[in-house]
Write a protein that binds this ligand. Structure first.
Ligand code: TXE
Length: 469
């Protein structure tokens, strides 16, 4: 199993301390990876800086060709990659396969984007051309929930804009990212895409480095704030995709069965460990009981287990900290008088398994409603007037996403307009598109990913004013 970091295109082992990589479904140690030593980080940045002098001048068709070749290689290794994702992350194999497929879709989409050039002509004859130039070396810090796909979300736009990139994956799930960087390095020049390994300490050193021009980060709000603080002395720009507490608002006119199926998927996708998951559900009081009944059926139909075993539909939570955090939310809700409905499946003996859980009669002041649970627990509240729910939505410190569920699309669009969040879905949730801007308002983030706007986050503007001599 490859446990190397990548400096200047070379696979080498870290000189720092050894970190266990665990299988969250069995608690077995899969392997150990060695953290990068600080001298290795220095070397990595220096080599990336050197590689940038060549990469920034490469013709775009060559980059496009390389991206398509990388995408093909990934697709041809889909099974092996998906198994690796399941092994370290815990999600069922079919979902890990989807993660690989979506990654390929995203890479091909980014390959097709063109960086625009603007032209202006002034009355006095002066011409102005506005370019989007690459930044230099970009640092990417990725989390453990969708380790393979989120790494690609960071790397490919930055590379397409002709930057060099250094990624640091989560210490909990480095293996699939190592494989991704290995494949990328088979197609790109040395030093263009590098990898360092380790925990937050090496992440901190990377994001603080004076030769890093930009940091792209997906993870917790607290770490995002530290990265932002780190960017001040060198005025680095940042893209921060942070936590959320996405609301779903279900109006009384919906087809309950259909909506519950989709709500279930959007709330419990990846055992609820997705920033854009639906995290609290507000249901009109007239259909509240019916929705609870249907969602109870849905949680009871899940097959919990090791994602590598056939038939598993629901995996464990990825790590111990997250496991304890989610359990604490359930305890708090019970202590505050909520009714908790857990799927009636027996839990596997080992592993960070939490049965999919509904918190019924939840109230706004409960922690599981106020905070991001990032796990398989959905609080469900009832409402009588939608205006109250819009007010509650906007009181949140987060502003990542929200959804409105109704047959009345006109009404839904009016509600969307009032919601303070980067994305509002109508009759779906968490279904992202490579074309549409994705980013959070308030404590959910800074900057945007995806689409041309996401690509341009990895560029500087340069205006060239040309006056005839
Ligand atoms: O995230 P961290 P954690 C949320 C979710 C979860 C919580 C905590 O609510 O419960 O965050 O998860 C690296 N400088 N999300 O503690 O610490 C770290 O090594 C630079 C939302 O695991 O933010 C890892 O690579 N880097 C989310 C990455 O940051 C540092 C996905 C993320 O870890 C660092 C995951 C530092 N000082 C959790 N400290 C989403 N938005 O999708 C840590 N890291």
């Amino acid at each position: 199993m490859n446990t190397s970091m990548y400096i200047n295109g070379q696979a080498i082992l870290g000189n720092g301390n050894a970190l266990d990589v665990n299988n969250p479904a069995t608690l077995e140690v899969i392997t150990q990876v060695y953290s990068s030593a600080f001298e290795q980080l220095e070397e990595c940045v220096a080599k990336a800086k050197q590689a940038f002098t060549i990469w920034k001048n490469l013709a775009d068709p060559k980059i496009v060709e390389a991206f398509h070749a990388i995408a093909e290689d990934i697709l041809s290794q889909k099974e092996e990659l998906a198994r690796l994702i399941t092994l370290e992350q815990g999600k069922p194999l079919f979902l890990a396969q989807v993660e690989v497929e979506l990654t390929v879709q995203w890479i091909n989409y980014v390959a097709g984007l063109n960086i625009p050039v603007e032209h202006y002509q002034e009355a006095n004859g002066k011409k102005i051309t506005v370019y989007n130039r690459p930044l230099g070396v970009v640092a990417s810090i990725t989390p453990w929930n969708w380790p393979f796909m989120i790494a690609a979300w960071h790397l490919f736009p930055a590379l397409k804009a002709k930057n060099c990139v250094i990624n640091k994956p989560s210490e909990f799930t480095p293996l699939s990212t190592i494989k991704l960087i290995e494949i990328i390095n088979q197609h790109l020049p040395a030093g263009v895409c590098s990898l360092i390994l380790g925990d937050g300490k090496i992440g901190h050193a990377l994001t603080q480095h004076p030769d890093i021009q930009k940091v792209t980060f997906t993870g917790s709000t607290g770490t995002g704030q530290k990265i932002l603080e780190n960017s001040v002395s060198t005025l680095k720009s940042v893209v921060l995709e942070l936590g959320g507490n996405d609301i779903g608002i279900v109006l009384e006119d919906v087809d309950i069965d259909q909506v519950c199926r989709k709500v279930f998927m959007s709330a419990f996708l990846n055992a609820g460990q997705t920033c854009a998951c639906l995290k609290r559900l507000y249901v009109h009081e007239k259909i509240y009981d019916q929705v609870i009944r249907k969602l109870t059926e849905m949680i009871n139909s899940q097959v919990l287990g090791n994602g590598l075993e056939e038939g598993t539909t629901f995996g464990p939570v990825q790590n111990k900290l997250q496991f304890e955090k989610v359990q604490a939310f359930i305890t708090d809700a019970l202590e505050h008088g909520a009714t908790v409905i857990r799927s009636h499946q027996l839990l596997p003996e080992k592993g960070y398994f939490i049965a999919p859980t509904l918190v019924v009669n939840a109230r706004d002041e409960m922690e599981v409603v106020q905070k991001e649970q990032f796990g398989p627990v959905l609080p469900i509240l009832s409402f009588s007037h939608v205006d109250e729910v819009i007010k509650t939505t906007n009181q949140s410190e987060f502003g990542l996403g929200a959804s409105v569920w109704t047959k009345n699309l006109q009404k839904a669009e009016k509600i969307a307009e009032q919601i303070e969040a980067g994305t509002v879905w109508i009759n779906s949730h968490a279904d992202l598109s490579p074309e549409a801007a994705f980013g959070g308002w308030k404590l959910s983030g800074l900057g945007y990913s995806f689409g041309l706007g996401g690509l341009l986050q990895y560029t500087h503007k340069q205006s060239v004013h040309i006056t005839a001599a």
